[in-house]
Design a protein around this ligand. Structure first.
Ligand SMILES: Cc1ncc(COP(=O)(O)O)c(C=O)c1O
Length: 391
């Protein structure tokens, strides 16, 4: 009998880092995780009540419209106009997916052919690189500057005849950087001039601090024809397990998106959509209610980590709930991350997962924890880094 061939397109795709770190955490009980990018709050109670009621509705258990249920699509159209200045009537469509990750994979499958290139500013969100590779395309890494801001010139120089899209994530995972409107306009213009799609991941749209404001490139004049804007309820409404995301995309892509959606998801989970309608009725005030507490946590994280300078560099992080620190020492980030868990019971995600192959970087996520736990976790991190690096 012949053995089955195990080598596939997946060989070149990185292993899911959160699961790898999660395995280590399980081996060391009591570890505080500054690893996974989740929020600590639950969905709005109104969403949970609607979900309970939906269980009794026979329609909940049947396939429904592929793009999403009309009530949710209506709520999304309204929200896009109100919060993002994206008017679907200008020539865009919306589709509901099982989370923002699926929206990204759908978009890449819909706009590329194998061998095409997609430009990713580095550090990137690991699942974006993975999705591009799974689609048989090449992620083209372009460095950001020392503050993790976009280098528009370097991005322009990376465009080739095979480029299909430029990806921006603002507010950013893993850095917490928020891109100013001028940078997003420059990238969007570049896409327009070169016939590329601008994939704009905005799942942290409501998570900005101080006077920093989120801007949606899909709202720019003429951008609707080539901009794909993605959003998620995972962070804004504590909905990670309900798997609801959505994207606004140029209507010319509708046949392609319909093929991917029908094959991979058929329709978004019906009970989750019912809950999502109720959550969106509560609106962004829900997560904004948690922002002052999150801002306090962010201040603690920033102050503690900055005290580590010059051992660490901590660039500004005005959005999301991450910061991405550079350790100014010649050390292997994976080894340090593992020792931080085993010897200091604190978990962070090492830089290579985000495409940083040169230098020792870590992402610190602080959205999942209460203030006291974060303070304890950061204390362990600071102490652990000092000890492990003999500082
Ligand atoms: C930048 C970014 N995009 C998309 C997602 C995916 O979120 P979900 O698939 O839960 O909507 C995440 C989750 O961490 C993220 O950080």
């Amino acid at each position: 009998m012949q053995t089955v061939r195990l080598h596939t397109r997946m060989d070149g795709v990185q292993a899911p880092i959160v699961a790898v770190v999660g395995d280590l955490i399980r081996q060391v009980p009591g570890t505080i995780s500054l690893g996974q990018g989740v929020v600590h709050f639950a969905p709005p109670p109104a969403a949970l009540n609607i979900a309970r009621e939906a269980v009794a509705n026979p329609d909940t258990h049947a396939y429904q419209d592929g793009a999403g249920n009309p009530a949710l699509l209506g709520a999304i159209a309204h929200k896009l106009q109100r919060d993002n200045a994206i008017d679907l009537a200008r020539g865009s469509r919306a589709v509901v997916t099982a989370g923002g990750n699926m929206a990204f994979q759908h978009a890449v499958l819909a706009i590329t052919s194998p061998g095409d290139e997609v430009i990713l500013p580095v550090p990137f969100y690991f699942n974006h690189e993975m999705a591009i590779q799974i689609a048989g395309c090449t992620p083209v890494r372009v460095a950001t500057d020392a503050r993790y801001q976009l280098d528009v010139g370097a991005i322009a120089a990376a465009i080739t005849p095979r480029t299909r899209a430029i990806v921006t994530v603002s507010p950013n995972n893993p850095t917490g950087a928020v891109y100013p409107e001028a940078s997003l306009r420059a990238i969007n213009r570049l896409c327009g001039e070169h016939g590329l799609y601008h994939i704009s991941d905005e799942v942290y749209e409501y998570f900005t601090y101080g006077s920093t404001r989120h801007v949606s490139p899909g709202a720019f004049e003429g951008a609707h024809a080539y901009t794909i804007s993605m959003f998620s309820l995972s962070k804004a409404y504590g909905f990670a397990g309900w798997r609801i995301g959505y994207m606004a995309y140029p209507e010319a892509l509708e046949p392609a998106i319909a093929k991917v959606q029908d094959t991979i998801l058929v329709c978004p989970p019906v009970i989750s959509q019912a809950a999502a309608v109720a959550a969106m009725e509560v609106g962004p005030a829900y997560c904004r209610g948690y922002l002052p507490a999150l801002a306090e946590v962010r201040d603690i994280v920033g102050a503690e980590l900055r005290a580590l300078e010059p051992l660490c560099t901590v660039p500004p992080a005005d959005g999301a709930f991450y910061c991405f620190i550079r350790v100014n020492a010649d050390a292997d980030p994976m080894t340090i991350a593992e020792r931080l868990i085993r010897e200091h019971r604190v978990a962070v995600i090492p830089g290579p997962a985000f495409g940083i192959t040169d230098g020792c970087y870590f992402r610190v996520a602080y959205g999942a924890l209460q203030k006291e736990t974060v303070a304890e976790g950061i204390g362990r991190l600071v102490n652990g880094l000092k000890t492990l690096l003999n500082a």
